[in-house]
Design a protein around this ligand. Sequence first.
Ligand code: IMP
Length: 422
Amino acid sequence: MNTLVVGAQWGDEGKGKVVDVLTETADVVVRCQGGDNAGHTVEVDGQTFVLHLIPSGILWPGKCCVIGNGLVLDPVALVSEIRSIQSRGIETEGRILVSEGAHLVLPHHRVLDVHSEKAKGPGKIGTTGRGIGPAYEDKVSRRGLRAVDLLRADEFQRKLGQRIEEANRLLHRLGLEPLDAGGITEEYLAAAQFLRPVITNTVLWLHDALAKGKSLLFESAQGTFLDVDFGTYPYVTACNTTAGAALVGSGVSPKEIHHVVGCVKAYTTRVGEGPMPTESSELTALLHAMGREFGSTTRRARRCGWFDSVLVRYARLINGFDRLAVTNLDNLDCLDEIPVCVAYNLEGRRLEYPPTALEDWWNCQPVYRVFPGWKEPTGQARSFRQLPKPARDYLLGLAELVGAPLGLVSVGAGREKSFWVE
Ligand code: IMP
């Protein structure tokens, strides 16, 4: 059985945690898009791991992890992430594979990402500054370097030198410091040498695994409303983040996906700029005061708001999820009442699905239905039945509004704090 986990909001839905739970019954975990802009946090036995490029499945001994062709990957960052988890006792030998087709994030991508954000001033997107946009730009303009290029040291050195020379001419025109070609080449060649044994044709490897009856788990990064097609454009990331991206980003056929799990928080968060109809300063202040909702990649404070079923209803259509995984329920434990957005009011019109034009997004007013709070801790619950009745009603209410059955609930960071709903 092959399952895809996808984010149904603006990322940070707790996909790492959900993937971690699902990995128990999978053989291979596959990342298919994005790059180290992602930060998937998983807590195992009291230890917290934040994974940026390596699939969360690495935390289960013996499971294989594939970094698919759809990613843009900084080889230096990947080596440092592998070394860091090795130093914490995680065995990685023979467990990580990198697609030959994955595109590389090069140092000038990061510089250009940061520069273009500065140049946009108040109109900035609020990117993670990891060079993701410029790397995907190079991919579609057909001048990118790929992981396969790391396999031929001399040729790679030549191509990298050429890219840096071109980048330095551009940086000069923009009034920015040139890059140190020598230092970068040395760093990238060292990373290439480290990664060479794990770079392979992962399409063939995955199909071989399927033929042997292995089960695959696809781990999406970011969320539906950061998708370059379906998100709050232009306040989005630079790739597709929805279900289809798992296929093009891995080379696995749609016929092989049996289940799609849509992952949401029990409320909504967003990092970076852009519209967010249910944003609430009250909820933001409350969660920040609890020390919650600071980004795992950039440590930026996340914007927080009420659960928005208009978003998630649309995400269900796009991704076709047949189960909803709701995380971070415990963060709402102290509230008397919890508003949930059931529709938008756009200049007198009721919308059940989000608009497309940015101007309309900004003007959408949430229509709320208020659920009673439960006012007791849920962190100790280990089953749906153990949750207070108002919490169960809240979760079932969300599932009904979205139109997908409730699958998994999580009430805290540890692996034991997520449970299935029968
Ligand atoms: P970029 O992906 O760094 O170009 O950033 C584009 C937008 O996506 C910004 O608003 C980021 O904050 C957001 N973003 C990118 N990756 C993530 C993620 O993993 N979680 C949440 N937001 C993200």
